[in-house]
Design a protein around this ligand. Sequence first.
Ligand code: GLU
Length: 456
Amino acid sequence: MNPVVRFAPSPTGKLHIGNIRTALYNWFFAKKYKGRFILRLDDTDKVRSTHEFSESILEDLQWLGIIPDSIEKQSERVSVYDGVIDRLKSHGWLYACYESPDEIECLRNRLIARGLPPIYDRSSLKISNEDHANLLAQGKESHWRFLLPNFEVSPFEPKRTEIYWNDLIRGPQRIDLASISDPILVRCDGTYLYTLPSVVDDIDMGLTHIIRGRDHVTNTAAQIALFNVLDANIPAFGHHNLLVDSSGEGFSKRKGALSIQTLRKNGYEPMAVSSLACLIGTSQSVHVYENLSQLSDVFDPQKISCSDAKLDIFDLGKLSQKILSRLSYADVRSRLVASHSDLGESFWNSVRPNLKIFSDVIQWRDVVNGNFIPRIFSNDEIEFLKFSAFLLSDEVWDSYVWKRWTDLLKIRTGRKGRSLFMPLRQAITGQDSGPEMASLLLLIGKDRTIRRLLLL
Ligand code: GLU
């Protein structure tokens, strides 16, 4: 049977590198086993989901080279969820509750303060039909919880009820349904939380494997219970570790984690993002691969570690740098044009080893064009620079000029090493380091170089 997997982001923010890890794992799984990869937009939260975020998810995936076989939107399937809710209600699997979010929080805190697990006590189940009618008549709105099948006779006497699955990544998992609260499936305003639509879609779309972050492990227990009461086949589950930032905090769309869009705009290479997102936090070493199919060939889900992985943006810079240093002028010409930095092939060849991200090219374009803040020099250095300008004016302008000129300067001034090269580099480029001066000099040209040495 060919597998069906999905990547199911909520369009409530921009994708970050942790989301891409999930997308890639699913995409690779689908490719490897000749299955289907569905992009499912979990947009049931009407307030926070936006069209712009959906569009940016599509753009990000396209930029990385992840092409879904189909795209589904939960907002277009609400009537299907309504039907399932009616079915669950008629079988007594849902019950109405009236606590406000503040009251729920208070109940939780009270239990925690008493050293008890913060599990909802099902008190709404005790409300009589008459009281329900009164509450509704008073204009109270109810939300709906799923009565977890964790009891034999009385729901007020839950019993240990283990949900077991053999996780594709974490191995055997057991979660006791008596250790979690009945999940809220429907909000007061009738909109759906993620739990039920996800299961309904997974069933209707024939999902065979669900690969997602380990933050969903507890949801999985409640969702398997839903698969069961809906008499559906249970897909295989795999929960990968999460990526955390340098302070150990998880990436979160809500908190505005560094987005893929920002990485793209800042000129990081897509394969640097994918290679890092995929291989960090595994026992495989993080190499940069040229394309997704190479990365997919080396990737092995068995090698994903259990603990979360710290992602350092500096590493992304290093990987991007490696890729950039291998790209030819033909590969990048259109990007150079788009960033108004196309100064020709020799410009690209001389600056590419110095680029961490593509947009660094702009800085070097400005250096060549003389758009930088001139440095301030001591009198001694000003004299040296003047003398070097004088010597340079006599030089023949060919590809060996830098070597001939600096050899001559060495002899004539007695300077060498840093004291010879640093003032020249600083005066000509405004920088302390950068591409080889021999090639920069040719790009800048004789007249401009002399003017810079004379601090004009
Ligand atoms: N919309 C959910 C999320 O973004 C999907 C989780 C899942 O893959 O089931 O976390």
